[in-house]
Ligand binder design. Structure first.
Ligand code: SF4
Ligand code: MG
Length: 323
């Protein structure tokens, strides 16, 4: 179980300005859950993923709050403890992950190096495990003797996913894992991931700017805007109707597939500058439902029966604000 509590990440620039990329985020991922995280580029979703895996260079930022993995706070861990935990408990697959292989080492060696670094047993056991993983990602184990340049982009991304699973992690964070791939390969990789997750029972945090893809891949979705989670829900609940006006706008960007004429709308305006202090709701300038209270008070996360939302429309329904 992963629990993120009041997590803040502030980048410090050379000129003394700071940018709050993640602003007081709270959520949890129960064991074995496929969680999606969606938002426009620059909304802080990658920073959030990196902060959870503690992959950010702490000299250039301030990080506060807690990230509890089965009760242990990753934010308080030393770099030695973190090294042991990464890959073993938390693994991460990046968009460019498929280009991060060492070009002069055969695929098999890349797996063996990780396993050896984490003290994984005898050579024969390792070989067996690696071949099995390759089959799990629907690749022929014969490819273990290939060099990275001999594989296609889709194959390399499958290998990157297999490599992330080599130590049986509890949580796998995937940041735009299929963005560089064509739609058909993308779909095949998502289906493979779902299959793997059901079989190996790890939890997933799947980060993407593509709401359609996230809705297809995940069981639950978190929508991020300007460094905050503004809505979180099971996919089937979200598909019945978004609660937050931003999620609604994101959904409407896809148009109605049943309609005679497909119309894709954009969301007018742009996200706020996170290096400046914000007052009220960060979506105000783009929100068609904004009320006067939205300009003054920042909406807080409100727990609902099956999810959560941070918007005054819901605070109002509960009698929390006046107008
Ligand atoms: Fe719109 Fe107000 Fe809700 Fe923000 S709090 S999304 S401005 S209605
Ligand atoms: Mg990103």
């Amino acid at each position: 179980m992963l629990e993120v509590k009041d997590l803040w990440v502030k980048y410090r620039s050379q000129h003394g300005r700071s940018v709050s990329a993640v602003r007081g985020v709270n959520f949890s991922i129960p064991d074995g859950t496929f969680m999606g995280l969606v938002g426009e580029s620059g909304c802080g979703k990658s920073t959030l993923g990196f902060a959870i895996a503690r992959l950010l260079n702490s000299q250039q930022l301030e990080i506060s709050g807690s990230v509890l993995l089965n009760g242990e706070d990753l934010i308080k861990m030393s770099s030695r403890e973190l090294r042991k935990l990464r890959w073993d408990k938390i693994a991460i697959v990046l968009q460019g992950g498929m280009n991060a292989f060492n070009p002069v080492l055969k695929i098999k060696q890349q797996f063996t190096d990780v396993m050896k670094a984490h003290g994984q047993g005898r050579a024969e056991d390792r070989d067996q495990r690696i071949a099995e993983l390759l089959r799990h990602v629907q690749l022929d184990p014969a490819l273990l003797e290939a060099y990275p340049h001999e594989l296609s982009g889709g194959m390399k991304q499958r290998v990157a996913i297999a490599l992330s699973l080599v130590l049986n992690p509890e949580l796998v964070i995937l940041d735009e894992p299929t963005t560089a791939l064509d739609v058909i390969v993308q779909k095949a990789i998502v289906e493979m991931l779902q299959e793997l997750q059901r079989h190996m029972k790890f939890s997933v945090l799947f980060i993407s700017h593509d709401l359609g893809l996230v809705l297809e891949a995940a069981e639950r979705v978190m929508v991020m805007y300007a460094g905050k989670i503004v809505e979180e829900e099971p996919v089937e609940v979200l598909l019945e109707g978004a609660k937050h006006p931003y999620t609604e706008a994101l959904l409407s960007c896809y148009g109605d597939p049943q309609a005679k004429e497909l119309r894709f709308k954009g969301i007018p305006g742009s996200p706020p500058d996170l290096s400046k202090p914000l007052q009220g709701c960060s979506f105000v300038p783009r929100c068609s439902k904004a009320m006067s209270a939205c300009r003054e008070l920042e909406p807080q996360r409100l727990e609902l029966e099956r999810g959560a939302v941070a918007c005054h429309l819901y605070t109002k329904m509960q009698g929390g604000i006046g107008k």
